[in-house]
Design a protein around this ligand. Structure first.
Ligand code: SF4
Length: 437
């Protein structure tokens, strides 16, 4: 059986694009069982290579397609509209091919996808890898697929409401190592010499805007040996830097230190970066783990500080204090690690004063990199699923804003104090002022 692993096109030419890990894990599991696998990621191809990619699909004649829609980094919602025409085209070319949607958007809008997008035959909710392998086995044997945990079709829609209906592994080691070579590694390398590696999935926190903590549902880890092997494979493919996608690399500081020590003794040969939470400063001896990270090759950490306003932080359930950011910056400086600080504007309690407070705080913090982004009320989050309850005004009241191209690069929500347009204008001015020092 020939299986196509597909990430759709995106409208940005300079977006960060990494090998889609879920599809690459599926590739590894399927190749082991002698399925014929081809990965295609339109997001990394330049526009003038798209025709060639279409020709490759025609030649490959896929019998099964798994698609993450059009994923940019970890967001499979925002550019959805760019993948739908491609799926319709596939459906016309291959009427009997089974097309299965995976990823965050498919998980949290399953019913909508099965009702509205007739090119999609099934959805895998939550972790897709094991269910995708089971689905390929069943399709090969002409067996029904509706009993596979995680798989939803028009024939078992009641499963959407079943919280136990998933195939999330208890240990990521069962997924082995992503088969990155199923994708055109050279194309990614041409854009960026850094790639992504997972050490764990999941987060114990539940910030109201965060889709990924809901998607992963629980914390699941990979063994340190496998992480090192994975990093070594990336190095062997030509990547000289790695971004650990763990939602909080320092959730378990002892494990983080063990991993760092293993990286040092194995001489992994790459630099790396990761996400951590600002409240690491409240743990025992935070500097010990930060020092170990630096010694192991970490060059920078990404931290979501979101806002310095206690009312905003409490409202979004971030569970950090405004002091955490400043204390973290001092701790990072003391060990020589850089900080990428990220802020969020347009949350329900924001107004012009809190936005300006965020700007002043960001400037005073003096991080090495600063991002200020507008809230995106993503499916699966409280803000995306119950916007009215939380005081979120969707742009033009459009609950399916992600199906339209006109909202790309724009704020898609506001609140009682700020319209999406006002947030956009403020953001543009804040970016100019930040750059201007
Ligand atoms: S701490 Fe980070 S990963 Fe965890 S829920 Fe909050 S935003 Fe998401």
């Amino acid at each position: 059986v020939r299986v196509l692993l597909l990430n759709g096109p995106i409208p940005y030419t300079n977006a960060i694009t990494h090998i889609p890990l879920e599809l690459a894990y599926i590739a590894r599991l399927l190749i082991r069982e002698s399925f014929i696998v081809k990965g295609l990621d339109f997001s990394v191809l330049s526009q003038n290579c798209h025709e060639q990619a279409h020709a490759e699909i025609r030649e490959f004649q896929p019998e099964v397609v798994f698609t993450t829609f059009s994923r940019v980094l970890f967001d499979s919602t925002r550019c959805l509209s760019y993948c739908l025409p491609l799926l319709d085209h596939l459906r016309r070319c291959f009427p009997t091919t089974h097309i299965c949607a995976i990823g965050e958007h498919a998980t949290f809008r399953t019913q909508e996808i099965l009702d509205r997008y007739c090119s999609v035959d099934s959805v895998i909710r939550f972790a897709p890898e094991l269910a995708a392998r089971a689905l390929c086995r069943s399709l090969t044997d002409n067996q029904p697929i509706e009993d596979i945990p995680g798989v939803v079709t028009k024939r078992n829609p009641w499963r959407i409401e079943d919280p136990s209906w998933h195939s999330i592994p208890d240990n990521l080691d069962v997924l082995s190592i992503p088969e990155r070579k199923a994708f055109p590694v050279d194309q990614y390398l041409r854009k960026d010499s850094e790639t992504i590696v997972e050490g764990s999935r999941g987060c114990v926190h539940r910030c109201l805007f965060c889709q990924r903590s809901r998607y992963h549902r629980k914390v699941v880890e990979r063994g340190i040996d496998l992480i090192l092997k994975d990093v070594a494979e990336c190095h062997g493919l030509g990547f000289n830097s790695v971004f650990f996608t763990d939602l909080d690399f320092c959730r378990d500081t002892e494990r983080a230190i063990r991993l760092c020590n293993a990286m040092i003794s194995e001489r992994i040969g790459v630099t790396w970066t990761c996400n951590i939470r600002a409240d690491i400063t409240e743990k025992d001896s935070p500097v010990d783990v930060l020092r170990a990270m630096k010694a192991a090759g970490c060059y920078r950490v990404f931290v979501g500080l979101e806002s310095p306003n206690p009312g905003v932080l409490s409202n979004i359930r971030k569970r950090i204090s405004p002091d955490n950011g400043m204390r973290l910056k001092r701790a990072l400086d003391s060990v020589g690690l850089k900080l990428h600080a990220s802020f969020l504007v347009g949350t329900p309690k924001d107004n012009f004063q809190t936005l300006e407070h965020t700007f002043e705080y960001a400037k005073a913090l003096g991080a090495d990199m600063t991002s200020i982004n507008a809230l995106v009320p993503l499916p699966g989050t409280e803000y995306g699923d119950s916007p009215i309850k939380w005081g979120i005004d969707l742009v033009n009241g459009d609950t399916q804003w992600y199906e339209r191209t006109e909202y790309l690069n724009k704020a898609v929500s506001g609140n009682a104090n700020l319209s999406p347009d006002e947030i956009d204008v403020w953001l543009r001015s804040a970016h100019v002022r930040l750059l201007g020092g």
